[in-house]
Design a protein around this ligand. Structure first.
Ligand SMILES: Cc1cc2nc3c(=O)[nH]c(=O)nc-3n(C[C@H](O)[C@H](O)[C@H](O)COP(=O)(O)OP(=O)(O)OC[C@H]3O[C@@H](n4cnc5c(N)ncnc54)[C@H](O)[C@@H]3O)c2cc1C
Length: 386
């Protein structure tokens, strides 16, 4: 279906990103998957191409691009040619803005140029072994010491955890307040900061995911993001865009699965005819085409609302919830249409299937998205029970 939200500049940008992904990412994905981590220099190459933190102000070396559609295109082409093996969006758009919007001028001047060039890779460390969905339950602590803060605790499941050179870390600053959390930038080389092993996962095998440990890490005042007692509210500020990004990724992933499955069922034969000729195959493809087009249209509408500053966190939750559920359903049907080949690692769809499974869990699970949506339509459990 023709998409209505892009103009010529977007199309030209898409062409250049596609060429970059085909040359610098696609050929390495299999090797990265085997080694469990992408090469760090892939970030440097993306930086050279001007693809990192595109939103950042020119005075830090960025392009000052505020139009989210360019990021959407980058997400779509990364999925198509790189299977999210290179987690550029996490670096550029899920973490970078914390520094760009909440960081001190000194931090921005020191760190942003390195983030834009790809010299420093970013990650975000919220989740702990005892607190994932329930962020208010985190136990990591930050205590003031003069102008500095001393951070103690540990985090788990952190993406870019091995390659990352700087992490936005959530730590409790007000023990008696459940939302009394601060955000601190912990950098590679700070004394007391260490990482665990690269965690073995079901999917997303080219992405490094690790535990991080903080033992009396001294964080200077310039590395504090915003009000150290109101980090929880700062997190809320970025939620709509974070959910929109997950939705963009999920529907793009579904679109690719659809395309490679189409190729497969036209080629593969059974009972003397292409698999595509069976009514079941044609109907499954028709159902998926419809689901993907409807979802894509809603997401594109959300992108336009976001450009106008009108995308609320709860409408973004609808997009995240729905797109990731559609993605999962599409992956399952596409594996089925591939038959046994769909279960074999040499077929791309098998990786896509396991990669997709996490979309309904991370960046706010489906259940949490439904809670948010229910609250937004007046069905708040606490109010209903009182
Ligand atoms: C590959 C991967 C990468 C990740 N990267 C990062 C990262 O870079 N940084 C980071 O900080 N975290 C990261 N995470 C962590 C991720 O955000 C959490 O796993 C996620 O928030 C869920 O938290 P949890 O695992 O503790 O599950 P839990 O919170 O224990 O949830 C378990 C189940 O209970 C359900 N549940 C929980 N609360 C409710 C409720 N109120 N109502 C109904 N159901 C509920 C959940 O939906 C889920 O189905 C990553 C995770 C994975 C798997």
């Amino acid at each position: 279906m023709k998409r209505l939200i892009f103009d010529e500049d977007h199309d030209m940008f898409r062409d250049s990103v596609r060429k970059f992904m085909q040359a610098e990412v696609g050929p390495h994905v299999e090797r990265w998957r085997e080694q469990g981590i992408c090469d760090k220099d892939a970030f440097l190459k993306a930086g050279e191409q001007g693809l990192l933190c595109m939103w950042a102000d020119e005075k830090y070396g960025g392009l000052g691009i505020q139009d989210f559609r360019f990021e959407q295109i980058l997400i779509e082409e990364t999925m198509r040619h790189g299977d999210l093996a290179l987690f550029l969006t996490l670096h550029s758009r899920l973490v970078g803005p914390y520094i760009g919007h909440l960081g001190s001028e000194a931090l921005k001047q020191r760190l942003l140029p390195k983030c834009i060039s790809g010299e420093t890779i970013l990650g975000v460390a919220m989740t702990e072994s005892g607190a994932g969905s329930d962020l208010a339950g985190i136990k990591s602590r930050a205590a003031r010491d003069g102008d500095d803060w001393i951070v103690n605790g540990s985090k788990t499941y952190i993406s870019n955890g091995i390659n990352g050179g700087a992490f936005v870390v959530a730590a409790r600053t007000v023990p008696e307040k459940s939302h009394g959390i601060g955000l601190f930038v912990v950098e590679e080389g700070m004394e007391g900061f260490s990482r665990g092993r690269n965690l073995s996962k079901m999917g997303l095998k080219a992405q490094d995911t690790a535990e991080l440990f903080f033992e009396n890490v001294r964080v200077p005042a310039e590395n504090v993001l915003g009000d150290p007692e109101r980090g929880f509210y700062s997190l809320m500020h970025f939620l709509a865009e974070e959910r929109l990004i997950s939705a963009c990724q999920a529907v793009a992933h579904g679109q690719i699965a659809f395309d490679i499955t189409m190729d497969y069922i036209l080629e593969r034969k059974a009972f003397g005819r292409p698999i595509a000729a069976f009514q079941n195959s044609r109907f499954k493809m028709a159902e998926m085409r419809t689901a993907l087009d409807v979802t894509q249209t809603f997401i594109d509408q959300c992108v336009m609302m976001h450009l106008d500053g009108e995308l609320s966190a709860d409408v973004a939750a609808e997009a995240k919830y729905y797109a990731t559920e559609v993605e999962s359903r599409v992956m399952d049907e596409c594996v089925q249409l591939h038959g046994g080949a769909g279960y074999m690692s040499e077929y791309r769809i098998s990786h896509m299937f396991t990669d997709a499974r996490v979309s309904r869990i991370y960046a706010g699970s489906t259940e949490i998205m439904k809670e948010i949506i229910a609250r937004s339509i007046g069905l708040d459990e606490r109010k209903l029970m009182s």
